[in-house]
Design a protein around this ligand. Structure first.
Ligand code: BG6
Length: 462
C-alpha cells in the first residue's frame, strides 16, 4: 500500500463498543437489569425484530477469541464499557466478584495482546434499580455513580490508564426526556435540563474522585458532536437558529466538560423559559474545577438547521421551539440509518476544538456506517465485501488528516464497531462491524474492511 496520508506516530487505530451492546450474558453471574432489559420486557415491539439485549454478541463468553480478532484487524487500542449493573448489581454497595474477574480478564487479555484498553463507565445503561430512584433526576444516583466510578478506578486503575466517564451524555437526555427513543420515554424540557445538569455533575464528581486517587492515567468524556450548519449563512435567522441548536446539543456538554462552564447564553435561555435545573451551592465550582483531560469525539452526522417555520405545537419546553431541521437538497445519505454523511464535518470539529477548546487532545472515538442487509455483499468465500465502508472511512480520514496537519491535537481514530453488535432499539438491523456476526451460530468472519483496516493500522496511514 502506498501511503499518501500518514498519521502521527503512536496514532490509535481501533474500534469502540459498549458492555451492554456486546457482552450478552445479561442475566447470569449476578448481573441485574438495566433500563434496557426492563424496557424490552415491557415493550419488546419497540425493538427491531423483537430482538432484545439479553444475548448481545456473546463477548462475555468469547472475549479471548474476540481479542485475537482485534489483533487480526490491526487494533492497537479498543474501547468498551464496564456495566454498572454487572459490577454493582444493586447500584450501590456490594461488588460482584464475577464481574471483577470478567473485567480483569478482559483488561489483562487486551494488554497481553498489546491493545490499549480505554474503559468507559456509562454507555446509556442506567441500572433499573437506580432508575427507580429517579435516574439522573436524582442526586442520590449522581453520588452512587461517583462511588461506582471510584470503585472501577480502584479495581482496574493499575492497568487501565485511559478512562471515559460517559459516552454521549446528551443522548439519554434527548432519547429519554425529549424524543422518546430511550427509557423512560418522558417528554419534558425541564426534566431534560435537570438530567443534563446532573450528568455534568456526575462527570465532575467522578473526575474529582479520579484525581484524588492520584493514579497516573487520564480521564475524559466521549461526546457526539454534530456541527450545526445553517440553511443559509446569509440569513440571520437561520444562523441564529443553528447557533441555538449548537448550544443545546454540542456546547452544553462540550463547554461544561472542557471549559468548566455551561454557556451563559444557554443558561439565560433556560432561565427565560423557567426550565433552569435545580442546583446546590458548590455545584458550579465542582464543575469548574473538574474538567476533562482529553476528549473522545463521536462523529456520524451534521445537524442542518433553518429558522423556525413550522408551528410549535408542544405544550412543554423543547429545544425545537427555536429551530427547524433542514433537509438540504442533494445531501448524501446513509439510507439505512437515515443519517446524512458529511465527511468535512470531522475537519470542522478539528478546527472548532483547536480554536475554541484550547486544542485539547482528542481522538475520534466513533465514526461509522450502519448498513442493513450486508448478506447481499457476501462473496463466494463467505466474506462481506464492504467497499462502501472502506470508502466511508477513507473519506473521513482524509479530512481528519487535513485537520491534524493544520494543528488539531488528534491522537487516534476508532470505528464503530469491532464485531457487528446490538444497537439499542435498532437491535441488529444495521451492521457496523469490521467483523460480521452470524446471529444463528455466533460465527465471526472478518469483512473486507477488517483486512483493509489492518493494513492501514500497520502502515499508520493509507
Ligand atoms: C453511537 C453510540 O451513538 O452510535 C452507539 O455510542 C451506537 O452505542 C452507535 O450503537 C450507532 O448508532 P445506532 O443507533 O445505529 O446503533
Amino acid at each position: 500500500m502506498t501511503v499518501e496520508y500518514k498519521f502521527p506516530e503512536g496514532f490509535w487505530w481501533g474500534t469502540a463498543t459498549s458492555g451492554p451492546q456486546s457482552e450478552g450474558a445479561a442475566d447470569i453471574d449476578g448481573r441485574k437489569m438495566s433500563i434496557w432489559d426492563y424496557w424490552y420486557k415491557e415493550e419488546p415491539e419497540r425493538f427491531f425484530d423483537n430482538v432484545g439485549p439479553q444475548d448481545t454478541s456473546t463477548f462475555y463468553a468469547n472475549y479471548k477469541e474476540d481479542i485475537k480478532l482485534l489483533k487480526e484487524t490491526g487494533h492497537n487500542s479498543f474501547r468498551t464499557s464496564i456495566q454498572w449493573s454487572r459490577l454493582i448489581p444493586d447500584g450501590v454497595g456490594e461488588v460482584n466478584q464475577k464481574a471483577v474477574d470478567f473485567y480483569n480478564n478482559v483488561i489483562d487479555e487486551l494488554i497481553v495482546n498489546d491493545v490499549l484498553p480505554i474503559m468507559n463507565l456509562f454507555h446509556f445503561d442506567m441500572p433499573m434499580c437506580m432508575q427507580e430512584k429517579g435516574g439522573w433526576e436524582s442526586r442520590e444516583v449522581v453520588d452512587a455513580y461517583a462511588a461506582f466510578a471510584k470503585k472501577c478506578f480502584e479495581l482496574f486503575g493499575d492497568r487501565v490508564k485511559h478512562w471515559m466517564t460517559f459516552n454521549e451524555p446528551i443522548v439519554p437526555v434527548e432519547g429519554g426526556y425529549l424524543y422518546n427513543f430511550h427509557y423512560p420515554k418522558v417528554k419534558d424540557g425541564k426534566r431534560a435540563a435537570q438530567v443534563a445538569f446532573h450528568t455534568m455533575l456526575a462527570n465532575a464528581k467522578s473526575i474529582k474522585e479520579y484525581k484524588e486517587l492520584g493514579q497516573d492515567g487520564q480521564i475524559g468524556i466521549v461526546l457526539n458532536l454534530t456541527p450545526s450548519y445553517p440553511r443559509s449563512t446569509e440569513n440571520e435567522a437561520d444562523v441564529k437558529a443553528a447557533h441555538i441548536a449548537d448550544l443545546f446539543f454540542n456546547r452544553s456538554f462540550l463547554d461544561s466538560s472542557v471549559l468548566g462552564e455551561v454557556p451563559a447564553e444557554l443558561v439565560e435561555l433556560l432561565k427565560e423559559h423557567d426550565v433552569l435545573p435545580v442546583y446546590e451551592e458548590g455545584d458550579v465550582e465542582l464543575i469548574k474545577n473538574n474538567t476533562v483531560q482529553y476528549l473522545g469525539v463521536n462523529y456520524y452526522q451534521p445537524r442542518r438547521i433553518k429558522q423556525k417555520e413550522s408551528e410549535y405545537t408542544e405544550d412543554v419546553f423543547m429545544p425545537d421551539m427555536f429551530f427547524d431541521n433542514y433537509e438540504m437538497p442533494g445531501r448524501k445519505m446513509n439510507p439505512y440509518r437515515g443519517w446524512e454523511i458529511y465527511e468535512k464535518g470531522i475537519y470542522d470539529i478539528c478546527t472548532n476544538i483547536r480554536e475554541n477548546y484550547n486544542n485539547i487532545p482528542f481522538y475520534i472515538s466513533e465514526n461509522g456506517m450502519g448498513v442493513e442487509g450486508e448478506e447481499k455483499y457476501i462473496n463466494e468465500n463467505g466474506v462481506v465485501e464492504d467497499d462502501y465502508r472502506i470508502e466511508f472511512i477513507k473519506d473521513h480520514l482524509r479530512w481528519l488528516h487535513k485537520g491534524i496537519e493544520e494543528g488539531a491535537n488528534c491522537t487516534g481514530y476508532h470505528l464503530w464497531t469491532f464485531i457487528d453488535c446490538w444497537s439499542w432499539t435498532n437491535a441488529y438491523k444495521n451492521r457496523y462491524g469490521l467483523i460480521a456476526l452470524d446471529l444463528e451460530t455466533q460465527k465471526r468472519t472478518i469483512k473486507k474492511s477488517g483486512r483493509w483496516f489492518k493494513e492501514v493500522a500497520d502502515n499508520n496511514g493509507f
